[in-house]
Design a protein around this ligand. Structure first.
Ligand code: NAD
Ligand code: UDP
Length: 313
């Protein structure tokens, strides 16, 4: 069934945003992609340009915008620790001013709006796995705070616009997501390891590598985002991620094996406030959305490695 209406995707030229734009066009929507290309790139969406239902506007969401849209996915925000810490004040402005502007637009248009929040709202969690009831353990003045607290404040804004102005919100907390179209210089672990392995450079393991993450393939994430937007039973928050937990050391070894790389693994200092463990409890998403990840880490890494091989061909 073809859908109608215009969906705005802020951050649509980014990694997850570009896959989402593609999916929404496939589902029949008109798509308005807003991006200031801070970490995203036109390359990610170049195959969509020329589609009469796709529109790209260079725009910084710190500024208000008046457009006629029916739904909004608010994804604009640098997500890699390297990039969000590069200009921390900009990161806070994107989460806070950007959310106010996107929520204001949703209010004027009576449009449903989904916020891409993050597992970082749980900080360095003291509860494992993390469920939505957990309030988190965040250092408010640390190097990651611009992102963590920015996203927490965005969550506050979403719930206050809902309570005060009856804006129709949806809130998801995204856990580490990876796949094709991550930027080669993104700085996040999967792209770093794959790029290093394919280019013969050392894989940089921060700390002793015993810290864990749980990695979700991008197609599964997009499916979760769409399902959350489409349902009318709950505004969230809902965790979206793959509960398959792995240590970063194991990830490095797996990437070396899967790429047949001769690259060594070298140890570097652990970044400030780097969370020790992270794993989503996805019971709520499973119950509400009948959603669970379909792509295991091995298969997702195969796709990601194939993508980066084509980039470096
Ligand atoms: P990304 O950096 O590839 O994409 C972010 C996009 O937002 C980029 O295209 C960037 O240019 C754009 N952007 C940044 N600031 C902007 C601004 N002020 N105005 C307009 N555009 C702006 O990151 P991603 O992995 O695709 O993440 C997308 C969203 O999902 C982010 O909000 C991120 O916080 C959230 N998220 C991602 C992950 C993950 O593992 N990928 C985990 C948790 C949350
Ligand atoms: N990491 C690493 N080497 C790298 C990049 C990251 O060991 O080249 C580690 C990082 O310290 C963290 C984990 O991998 O423990 C995930 O980092 P990422 O930046 O991908 O995301 P985070 O979950 O920390 O936001």
């Amino acid at each position: 069934m073809l859908n109608t209406g215009t969906v705005l995707v802020s951050g649509g030229a980014g990694f997850i945003g570009s896959h989402l734009c593609e999916r929404l066009l496939g589902d029949g929507y008109d798509v308005l992609c807003l991006d200031n290309f801070y970490t995203g790139t036109k390359k990610n969406i170049r195959h969509l340009i020329g589609d009469p239902r796709f529109e790209l506007v260079r725009h910084n969401i710190w500024m208000p915008i008046f457009v006629e849209v029916d739904r909004i996915f608010n994804l604009a925000c640098p997500a890699s620790p390297v990039h969000y810490q590069n200009d921390p004040v900009a990161t806070v402005k994107t989460s806070v001013l950007g959310s106010i502007n996107m929520l204001g637009l949703a209010k004027r248009r009576s449009a449903r709006i989904l916020q891409a929040s993050t597992s970082e709202v749980y900080g360095d969690p003291q509860r494992h796995p993390q469920s939505e009831e957990y309030w988190g353990h965040v250092n408010p003045i640390g190097f990651r705070a611009c992102y963590d607290e920015g996203k927490r404040c965005a969550e506050t804004l979403f719930f206050d616009y809902h309570r005060q102005h009856a804006v129709d919100i949806r809130l998801v907390r995204i856990f580490n997501t990876y796949g094709p179209r991550m930027h080669p210089n993104d700085g996040r672990v999967v792209s770093n390891f794959v790029v290093s392995a394919l280019t013969g450079k050392p894989l940089t393991l921060y700390g002793d590598g015993s810290q864990t993450r749980s990695f979700c393939y991008v197609d599964d994430m997009v499916e979760g985002l769409v399902r959350m937007m489409d349902q009318s039973s709950s505004i969230g928050p809902v965790n979206l991620g793959n509960p398959e937990e792995i240590s970063i050391r194991e990830l490095a070894e797996r990437v070396v094996r899967m790429t047949n790389s001769a690259s060594p693994i070298v140890f570097k200092p652990l970044p400030n406030d780097d969370p020790h463990r992270r794993q989503p409890d996805i019971s709520r998403a499973t119950e509400l959305l009948d959603w669970r990840p379909r792509v295991c880490l091995e298969d997702g890494l195969k796709e990601t490695i194939a993508y980066f091989r084509s980039v470096f061909k």
